[in-house]
Design a protein around this ligand. Sequence first.
Ligand code: BDP
Length: 717
Amino acid sequence: MRLPTLFGALGLLISLAVAPVARAEDGYDLWLRYRPVEAAARAPYAAAGAAIAPTAQTPTLSLARAELERGLAGLLGAAPASAEAGGRDGVVLIGTPETSPAIARLGLPLKAAGDEGYLIRTVRIDGKATTVIAANRDIGVLYGVFRYLSLIQTRQPVDNLAITSAPKVQLRMLNHWDNLDRTVERGYAGQSIWDWWKLPDHKDARYADYARANASLGINGTVLNNVNSKSLSLTAPYLAKAGALADVFRPYGIRVYLSARFSSPIEIGGLKTADPRDPAVKAFWKAKADEIYKVIPDFGGFLVKANSEGQPGPQDYGATHADGANMLADAIGSRGVVIWRAFVYSHEQPDDRAKQGFSEFKPFDGQFRDNVVIQVKNGAIDFQPREPFHPLFGAMPKSNLGMEFQITKEYLGFATHLAYLGPMYEETLRADTLVKGKGSTVARVIDGSLHDRKLTVMAGVANIGTDRSWSGSHFDQANWYVFGRLAWDPQASTRDIAADWARLTFSNDPRFVTPVVDMMMGSREAVVDYMTPLGLHHLMGRSHHYGPGPWVAGGERADWTSVYYHRADAGGIGFDRTPKGSNATSQYAPAVAACYADLKCVDDKDLLWFHHLSWDYRLKSGQTLWDGLVTRYSRGVAGVDAMGRTWADLAPYVDAERHAQVGDFLKIQRQEAQWWRDASVAYFQTFSKRPLPAGEAPPPLSLEQYEAMSFPYAPGI
Ligand code: BDP
């Protein structure tokens, strides 16, 4: 060997030895990366997962075993051997009492695991340390395997485990707003991953990867098509396509649901009406349900958007939401559920839009079938960066109420703004409705414990598309992740979940985890500040919802404008929802209502949601409303600056590819935050007619210039 070559080889060896562990990644692996545990952290896992005991071969148990093998091989290097439990130390034993005599013999307290939960225990079998991942049904075993692997992924000890975990919500589902032409309404992550054209004959490998990722979070249902749906989805060819997806998802514990267009009896049934009281209409839906169950025996049910934003519904025939939902529920019967959305409002209705969902549904409490769930958005308007909790939570004790969160960031900067939505979800879940005294939190409505409901739902509008990173950005994966974790346990801490996600997705190094979690936890508040501070809402650009549009007025309907919501004039700003105004506050329990209506009690963060106040009103900080508004806008921009600095400093812990993309997106976010601040300040100043607080820079462009900007190709519509 010539010397230069030797030096070259040595150099290569040395550089391999000191090179950062981070290697090129495109985000496809999500939080299931299973990269090797670094040598220094190996010791605690010396005996872990040395072998796996033989498992019965149900489709789900085969997946569980394959996942365990894949995870252990990735994390700990060698592929685990096969050995009987008790044969040696470090064997992992997985299964149910039915599938594994060894597990049956252990007599574990499996009752606590329920239908879908699991137990992970370290036990001694024939004197040998054994890890048992056991459940009542095989899906629980798969969930348990993911949990076990996540412990190693996050470098937690696994030698003395005593974990019991069971989901607190029964139906944990994604709602895809995917169209049959593969566009995704409010999607910012590429096209729909459902390739309808090639289904059912070609099943893209991605379908199984999708199911696996969801199963790792315990998500057990998926609505394949947009709530603004086409009847075509319910025709035989499309049912066959949906059936092919259901076949892929089944072993992962995921049931398929479909959005149903209420006027389908007319469009594909040859009827003249879709009146839910009409016998022919009932017969159509019964036959349709039977047809679906032939193709998809475990079909989950229908999701329905009715009489909302132009969608057909029972009210077109003078019938009620209860008539419509119950008719479909009867067609489905005990085989599945009907999820009926409470997101209804009408521009013909002069009342405050925030009140309409409550007004339309509350009177029907107790009239819905047992297999109907009313799915309620977290707030009363529409997925805004901040909304007080929806007054329907707690107000329908005799009905099944489900939560609908939006994971895709339609109103929080699309895919290029870094906003971890955990704190937003948590804020709603922890809000206290006070309907049954203190502690009547929204989480307890959703998990059914407050009103003793058995059928419980948490749904998230998916942020998934064909983008390599699935979610349009690396940090948007965290929103899918936190949604799934909260659906499993709505009381969980979203800070802890952020830490888990950061460790799984990037690095376990505390020098990375601590700052990144702090950054994530503050990120949504920064968005609130630079878009809709102090309880303002619905100020975005018309129709595409991109960028600021506080000036949006006129057009088809008032409740799609910004001026309807902020009501700024020379006298002040904000929507008076107190008894002196629209009285939306009265829809809450008396103590909550009184607080929201009382300027001494209401939090500044919700101020202009409930009150119209003069520009000189004094905030709790002592600032005037005008000054406080401007400084919050600027604070939001400063928050993005800080995120940019934090991220730049974290370069040593992240592979160059992902680091660069996040960095680029933070730059986009920085520019757009500034734009939101400047355009909003320029606009509101035309009403306040007050100078900017000291030190605040004037907007660089004129209001006319901001208003003239147009974005014909903004994504998501
Ligand atoms: C709004 C979206 C619209 C959806 C609607 C809904 O802008 O695209 O169809 O929600 O939830 O926020 O039905």
